[in-house]
Write a new protein. Structure first.
Length: 91
């Protein structure tokens, strides 16, 4: 029986059953510990920096955003960072 047929038979959305069959789960449903690197204040600070730059016409590129996130995580130091998270290469 296909996943689509099983979803119809059971009465659940196809996407939910398909995700379960592939082993995917929502982040909120994970059983593993959540990887939190930034405190709420640091997160708000990053948002303010990006908003401040965008209002003044400076686009924050993807690589630069990853660099800002990494530097903020290093400074806030809720947990140690791996060499590749979120970005190890300089911008």
């Amino acid at each position: 029986m296909s996943i689509r047929q099983a979803a119809k038979k059971v009465g659940v959305p196809f996407e939910n059953l398909h995700g379960r069959a592939k082993g995917e789960a929502r982040v909120t449903c994970r059983r593993d510990p959540m990887l939190v690197y930034l405190c709420t204040g640091a997160e708000q600070g990053l948002i303010q920096v990006v908003e401040h730059r965008s209002v003044r016409g400076f686009c924050t590129g993807y690589a630069e955003l990853r660099f800002l996130i990494r530097q903020t995580a290093i400074v806030s130091s809720l947990r140690s960072l791996m060499d590749t998270s979120p970005d190890h290469s300089p911008v």
